[in-house]
Design a protein around this ligand. Structure first.
Ligand code: GLC
Length: 429
């Protein structure tokens, strides 16, 4: 039976489409016009799914534009500075990556392969779309080869993040301890722009920013040599989020390789998947009963349950016992707050329901977790996550994130990926 959206839903659908159109800069979409005026890596991948709702051509273009900024060695930057804009700091000159277009020197969660697969699978598989998929495929493969080559220095099958911004969960308390050893004595004065757009209490602290900049300085001083950065940089953490996302992305890339008859590539990708499956247990913290990020410099587990811990369902990993433990955590968390899924365990002392990645609910991560729960047969949980995300957007608007207790919006509004998640998932009751 055809799904007929209610009038109310139609109005929200229209607003979501209007946000994507307003934030469209012609070929790429800014996450938010004021706070984030450039192209962001994983935002664009999510945004493509939103465009697929009303303009498939534009959806493909979003990812194609992102890959137009890929470096020769396969690296895909976290920001592409297609045009100047003084409203954001640190801009292109601070990164000094000597690329054209100008880019940052760090990457972001490798979710693009999964979005390319979703796009292609959900479409007509016409000759035109298959050609676009086939043209993107070698670029995505090259990016994944870059991860295999540079981001697993200990050969564990995990992803090492070299900057908190790479994880996409900028100020998660998981990074507090690993970042505390970063030397901030040489950063000099600088002026943040984010706090002139938004209230400082919903943003990362000054100390967080000092550390972010000191790590950027290290990369710049090493001319963005990713081999050196991943082996000797001041911040090196095996991130549970990037690891789970890459594992799933490799499974999706494998499906594309098979569809294209790329036998040799398939064998290479399968080997990455096996290695990650075998290595992931190193992130399991038995005392916490969850997958947690782990510092590569001192080997310590963060012992923190964040929304990324639940991405194991999305990656399709974990024993029955591990899954049960995670579901028990969902049960416990759900009783503490009103809207799922908070970015940090509300029982953790660092929980701060309005401050960015230290508590608020983010539609994109909630979507990935819900998708994983659905795939793993936990459909009631998947629906609860979808329902809560829809309620937050319906009642509050298209905010960057939401307070899991009051439901208030936090961060920027008119946010592209929140609009995309409504169109692709949350609004589809
Ligand atoms: C923040 C988020 C990151 C996102 C970016 C643009 O830095 O933490 O995940 O990609 O904003 O929206």
């Amino acid at each position: 039976m055809m799904h007929i959206p209610s009038k109310d839903t139609q109005i929200i659908d229209d607003s979501a489409r209007a946000i994507l159109k307003t934030n469209d800069r012609g070929g790429y979409t800014v996450p938010n016009g004021r706070v984030y005026p450039f192209q962001w890596n994983w935002d664009s991948a999510f945004v493509a799914l939103g465009f697929a709702n009303f303009n498939r051509d534009r959806a493909w273009l979003e990812i194609e534009t992102l890959f137009a900024a890929q470096w020769d060695d396969g690296f895909l930057p976290h920001i592409v500075f297609w045009q100047d804009d003084s409203g954001y700091f640190p801009g292109a000159s601070v990164w000094d990556a000597h690329e054209n277009p100008a880019t940052s020197g760090i990457t972001q969660p490798p979710i693009a392969a999964s979005m390319v697969r979703w796009l292609w699978d959900s479409g007509p598989k016409s000759e035109r779309e298959t050609k676009r998929m086939a043209a993107l495929y070698p670029k995505v493969l090259k990016w994944h080869r870059w991860f295999a080559r540079y981001r697993d220095p200990e050969g564990r099958g995990l992803v090492v993040a070299t900057h908190p911004w790479e994880t996409g969960r900028d100020n998660s308390p998981e990074w507090d301890q690993p970042a505390s050893r970063v030397d901030i004595s040489g950063i000099g004065p600088y002026e943040r722009r984010d706090t002139s757009h938004l209230e400082p209490h919903v943003r990362p602290t000054k100390l967080d920013y000092d550390r972010y900049l000191a790590i950027v300085q290290f990369g710049r001083e090493h001319c963005w040599d990713h081999d050196i950065i991943a082996r000797t940089g001041p911040f090196r953490v095996a991130d549970v989020g990037m690891t789970m996302i890459l594992l799933r992305a490799n499974r999706d890339l494998l499906a594309l390789a098979e569809a294209l008859g790329r036998r040799q590539d398939s064998a290479e990708i399968k080997a990455w998947i096996e290695k990650s499956r075998a290595g992931i247990d190193w992130l399991w913290n038995d005392e916490t009963g969850a997958f947690c990020s782990r510092d590569l410099i001192d080997g310590r587990s963060s012992a923190m349950i964040t929304s990324a811990s639940f991405l194991s369902f999305y990656a399709g990993v974990g024993t029955e016992k591990q899954r049960q433990s995670l579901i028990a955590h969902l049960d416990r968390i759900e009783r503490k707050i009103n809207w799922m899924l908070p970015s940090l365990d509300p029982d953790h002392e660092a929980f701060d329901p309005m401050r960015y990645w230290r508590g608020p609910c983010w539609a994109v991560v909630t979507f990935l977790v819900a998708r994983g729960l659905l795939d793993e047969g936990e459909s009631a949980w998947a629906e609860r996550l979808r329902h809560d995300t829809a309620a937050l957007i319906r009642d509050t608007g298209f905010y960057e994130a939401f307070c899991p207790i009051s439901g208030r919006g936090t961060g920027g509004d008119q946010f592209s990926w929140t609009a995309a998640m409504w169109l692709f998932w949350a609004g589809k009751a």
